[in-house]
Each structure stands twice: as structure tokens, then as C-alpha cells.
Design a protein around this ligand. Sequence first.
Ligand code: SF4
Length: 598
Amino acid sequence: QVIEKYRGRKGTLLPLLTEAQAVCGNWLPANVLALIADAYDVHLSYLYGIATFYTMFSLKPRGRFIVRVCESPTCHVLGAETVFDVLVDVLGIEEGETTPDGLFTLERSSCLGVCEVAPAMQINEVVFGNLTRDKIVQVIDRYRKGQTVDFRKLSGSGGRVSRDLDVHRELVLLHGVGEIDPESIDDYLRIGGYEALKKALTAMTPETVVEEVKESGLRGRGGAGFPTGLKWSFTLPLKAREKYVICNADEGEPGTFKDRYIMEGNPHRLIEGLIIAGYAVGACTGYIYVRGEYALSMHRLQKAVEAAREKGFLGKNILGSGFDFDIEVRAGAGAYVCGEETALIESIEGLRGNPRVKPPFPGVRGLWQNPTVVNNVETLANIPAIIVRGPAWYRSFGTEDSPGVKLYQICGHVNHPQIVEAPLGLTLRELIERYGGGMRDGVPFKMCQTGGASFGFFTAEHLDTVMDYASMQKKGGALGSGTMLVMNEKTCVVDVVRNILYFFQHESCGFCAPCRRGTRVLYDTITRIALGDGRESDLDLMIEVAHTMSATANCALGMSPIFFVRTTIERLRDEYLAHITDRKCPLGVCRPESRKHP
Ligand code: SF4
């Protein structure tokens, strides 16, 4: 039945595998893969290549409940290894094993996207955060008794949300979040929803929409910061039978959790932005590619798409304008690299998420070889406000280099990890003290990884850096996705960088040698240092390898390690050296390998 549902539909291999896995009890038996290969007329080895690429698929039997422990850098510094040890103890199984009663399988996840409640774990679709031993024991006990949680009944992102009230009295990105019923389109309409779409379709041409977005100075909020209007202007004039717009809702960058608040709290805002983007570039279809771990986001987006269709905001001849456009929500299946736009496109096409060699860029040749614009969730959530209030209003916020508003995220060793909507230009110190509530337990600040797991580290001398694109870059950091992982004096830099390098070697897609080998060499080298077997020359080796990767790798994943390898070795060199000369971790944090290598 599942095969029949998808047969003949373009690019549906991933949704089919996802649904088949759910029907088969959380795994994909060999005979089911053989049936799918037959139905799709693909070689079985090709199908295995896809199924083994995505970490959420399993080719061996799993329990009814999959317990995934988040091992992102944020969870790591807040005790993920302890959480894992407790689960090993409570469940009586090791990583990858299933309890004899068939109830639980224990796994790790590179990141669950819930840093504001770290350390965290997920049981099937439901996240449990701020874990302690007692809480873990209670949760597992409840599941053993059959007292499970239905994720569709959860209220959603329950973390703290702040806004900068001094200069920013109206919410743009979080407008309605936490106030309206996210499953009610009428609630969204009541707060001005779909007014921007009406204005764009009835009073503006695609050219004027693109022009206004250009004038607003909006830059991509996924991490790269590319000007959004400029991106759209490349695709608008192209003649093609079909064009596409894709919302990148993969949000896999460790430390990042902002897009989830928009998708869970006000999904229509994103949908409205995506329809306007489609109108602006002449697209017929939009895709929202949501990371597989975000079940509630997916559920809310799907309901919102249906409601928008019923109200005539999607479909044929929208609002009588002659513009046809519809949206499909797609789920990822656990591959960080699919956040890279061409890998994401490959994944929507039903393939392994290998980044493509560029050029051509997606704006010219993207999905199904057609012109395709890919924008991040937060980027698109800005669009309705820009259309209604105009580019000059939007530019009145932020800095010259980085106009507008931003969702900053603060996590790690602060009292109040949370997201903050503020004009671009807060300093890191303000973010920590005014919103983060200061350092947790009063333990002094030591360092901060800026922008996400791919970027550089700041130390105390950088605390007054203005957090916009140019200022952050000038100081060796990055605004990135706007997340700041704050760490205190008790954190070992070698241990954290080792955790991040494990992530990179695990998530490398393996397509190009510099990244495939380089990430592994970096991880092995820092492991040697962490365990007291390093040499001073290892530090030069790490910089040289990371530098070579940045110059030769095919995509941003392989180009990234240089940022955090170089900044930590330069700025916290003494701590690296202490591991090497004393042959042990000076803080007693680094511990032997506890993971299985892929
Ligand atoms: Fe794949 Fe890494 Fe090469 Fe990117 S840089 S294509 S992730 S191997």
C-alpha cells in the first residue's frame, strides 16, 4: 500500500522509505527494500546506498521506542555523556542495542535542535530536555508502563523567548509565536496574516517585490548571509518551463534552534513568505524541507498548508491574480550535510544528499535541473513584514552592514538559554548579561563558539564585538545562524573541539577526499592530544590540514574546520600545550573514546 501511494511520483523515495520504516516497526527489512527497488526500477545496491546515507533509517531491527541522546557541542558541555551513561545503566544496553523486551533502542544524535533545554534526548518524536538522572529514570519508567506522549498534543517550543524592548517594540519574526494557536489560520488572519500576500499579488509586480527585498538589505539568515533580493534577481528573469522555491528548514547546524520556534509557533508566517518568494521569481511549486527530528514542525506545517489551500492562498489562480502555486512539505532523514542547498536539492529528488559541484548554482540549475531559489526559514519569515511596511522601515533596524532584525540564540553555560528577537547589532556581552541572565552559577566566562559548530571561537577580549556579519568576521568569528554557545572556565577547549571534529568526520558525505580524509585526520589528531599522547607539531598539522581542506573541499562542511581549529589553537594555545606537556587534560575533562566509529 505504501509503495502504491508513492509509485510514479517524482522524487518520493525518501518519503516512501520513511513511511515504509514506520510501517515495519522502525526498521527497513531486506525484503521490503527489495520490493521498493523493484517498484522503483532501481538497483538494490543503489537503494542501500540511499538508506545507509541517512542516519534515521535502520537496516536492523529496532525497538518500539528509539531513544536518541543529543551529542551536539551544547549538550556535550552540559553533560550529554552523563545522560548517555545513565541510559546505559537504566536500560541495560549499549549504543545501537535493543532491550530484550523489544521496547527500547539506544542511539546518539548529532543534534536534536533543542539547545535551550540541553542536555536532551528524544524518544521517537518527543524531546525531553534539562535531563537529570531522576528525570531520565521517571521518563523511561513511564514509557515502560505504556504512558507515552503524543507529540501532536504538545504545545511546542516551550523555551524562553525575549525581545529587545528598548529599541524594538514590534515583533517581526516571532509575531504571534506563543500567542496564537499555530494550528488556526483564523488566528493568523486576525493578526494581519496574508495581508502581505494580498498586497504583493494585487498591487505589486514580481519585479517590484524583488526590488523591495533588495532595498531592505535582508541577508540570508541560514548562515551564509547572502543578500536575499540579489539571489531572487538572478532567477526572476530566467526563462524556464518550471521554477521552484525551497525553504531550507533543515536547521542542522548544532547550536541552532530558532527556525523551530517559527515553524511550531506560527507556521503560516513562513508559508506566506514562501508564496511571496514563489511569486517574485515565477515559481510554480515550493518545497519546505524540514529536518527529520522536527516532527511537530512538520505536523504544524502540513496542517497550515492544508488550511492555506482551503482559504485560496495556495492552488490555482491565488486571490484571482492568475498566479498558481502550491507547497509540499518534505522530511529529511538525519543528514547534516543536507542543510547545504545543493545536497538538500539532491535529497528532495530522492537521492543521497551529496552536495553538487558548483557552478551551476541552484538559481540557474537546481531542482530537476530547473532554476531554484533556496531560502532559510527565518529569511522567509522576514518577507511579509518587508512587503507590508516597506524596505525603509526594515532598514531602520540593525546596522549599515546588516539591516533588520535577527533571532539570536544563546545557549551553554548561561542562566537563561533562549532565543531573542532583536535588531542586528547586539554585542555578545549584552546577549549574555541582558538575555542569558549571566554566567550559570557565577562561573566566569572562558570562550564562545560563534554562529554554530562551523565557526570560530571568541574569548573574553571579544565580548564587546557587535554581532553583525562584518564585525563578527573581522574578529575571526561569524554571525552564522545567530547562535552563541557560551562556555565557562571549567570547559576544556580540547574536549569541545574534539566533540565538534567528531561531528564533522561523522557528517562528511565522503564525496571529496580532502574532507573525507581531512576530517578523520583532524579527529584522530585531537583525540591523541586529548588522551595525553600528542606532540606540539600536532597543532601545526591540524592547522595545515584544516587549511588545505578549506582550499580544496567541495562544500562548506569541508571548508569550515579551519575557523574553529585556527581560532582555538591561536587563542587558547596554552591549554592545548598543557595536554601535550603534562600528558593529561589539565581540567580532568577529556575522557577516552566512548563512541563507536561509523
Ligand atoms: Fe561531502 Fe565534505 Fe566534500 Fe562537502 S566537503 S562534498 S561534505 S566530502
